[in-house]
Design a protein around this ligand. Structure first.
Ligand code: MG
Length: 314
């Protein structure tokens, strides 16, 4: 079905409904999906969408359209509007414990918080006296600390930010909720990217997408044991069999729902691939939302998709 719609002044070319298409690599995956639930295209016409975050109180999804320098929002019925433009080439987004928007900005090389009145507070823009590279993805722990990855993708070209000299290694940092101090917690990766905690927060998962620009680099998800404000040395957790993991979220059972080259892969806590949701575009990230957090929102290149699952997000 092809439709042309113009909602809130933002024109969309089409709304195509794709029926679900799953690959079960373990029989249990068939119980995670709903046989008649479509993979529905909610919005399209973007260049590289990322950073999905669900605002249940507003019943809409916020996400970044990085090359077009804007943060968009879309309702479950597909009503689309621009939230912030310019967005300083924002990438990853999440919410803090008070529900405020936390964003990674490539253009300004910082992590920000949007206050209730719309004012922007800078949470991190440097480490060790040097500017951050280009904060990419971010997660908030239950103690209020903010953990973010800082690869160099946003300063490599002028496409998703501004080309600039890299002055820091690509690390994962933690912002202390009391003091605002920033510490480097993961320093053994080529290009840390997506990150998320296990439901009990004993494990931090981090994707390394270093192979994109360095043949010899690792391209996998690593797991780190969390010890208070720090983590132990990482260990290999899972290598995506098609493409790479850019971003991911966990369900309440501890399964990882990760972006991949052919869709979304579901990986159990032991690192085993349970199944795939096939998506017709390269997927960058996902987040759970909707009533009961049983919907998985998928940012994929030019479009945002959603699918209802028999699983709920953490
Ligand atoms: Mg990312």
């Amino acid at each position: 079905m092809i439709l042309t719609a113009c909602i809130f002044g933002v024109c969309q070319q089409k709304k195509v409904i794709h029926m679900s298409f799953f690959e079960a690599h373990d029989p249990v995956f068939s119980t995670f999906v709903l046989g008649n639930a479509p993979v529905k295209q909610l919005a399209t016409g973007f260049d590289w969408v990322e950073g999905p975050v669900w605002f249940g109180d507003a019943e809409c999804l916020y996400f970044s359209d990085i090359p077009n320098n804007r943060i968009m929002r879309v309702t479950q019925s597909g009503a689309l509007s621009t939230y912030r433009a310019p967005s300083n080439f924002a990438n990853g987004n999440t919410r803090d414990l008070q529900g405020r928007l936390i964003s990674c900005e490539h253009g300004t090389r910082r992590v920000t918080r949007t206050e209730y009145d719309g004012q922007i507070t800078v949470l991190a823009d440097s480490f060790d006296g040097k500017p951050l590279n280009s904060p990419n993805d971010v997660v908030v722990k239950s103690d209020g600390s903010i953990w973010f990855s800082d690869p160099h993708y946003g300063i490599m070209t002028n496409y998703e930010g501004f080309k600039a000299k890299q002055e820091l290694p690509c690390n994962v940092y933690r912002i202390d909720p009391e003091t605002g101090e920033i510490s480097a917690v993961v320093t053994d990766m080529a290009c840390p990217n997506g990150l998320a905690f296990s439901p009990d927060e004993s494990i931090l998962y981090v994707a390394d997408t270093g192979k994109m620009f360095d043949e010899n680099a690792e391209q996998h998800i690593r797991r780190y044991e969390v010890h208070g404000d720090t983590v132990s040395k990482g260990a290999h957790f899972h290598t995506i069999d098609t493409g790479a993991s850019d971003g991911f979220r966990l369900d309440t059972h501890g399964n990882i729902w990760s972006s991949a080259g052919d869709g979304v892969h579901c990986i159990d806590p032991s690192g085993k691939l349970l199944g795939k949701i096939l998506v017709p575009e390269l997927v960058s990230n996902v987040c759970f939302g909707g009533r009961g957090k049983h919907q998985l929102f998928i940012t994929a290149t030019t479009s945002v998709y959603v699918i209802s699952l028999n699983r709920a997000g953490v």
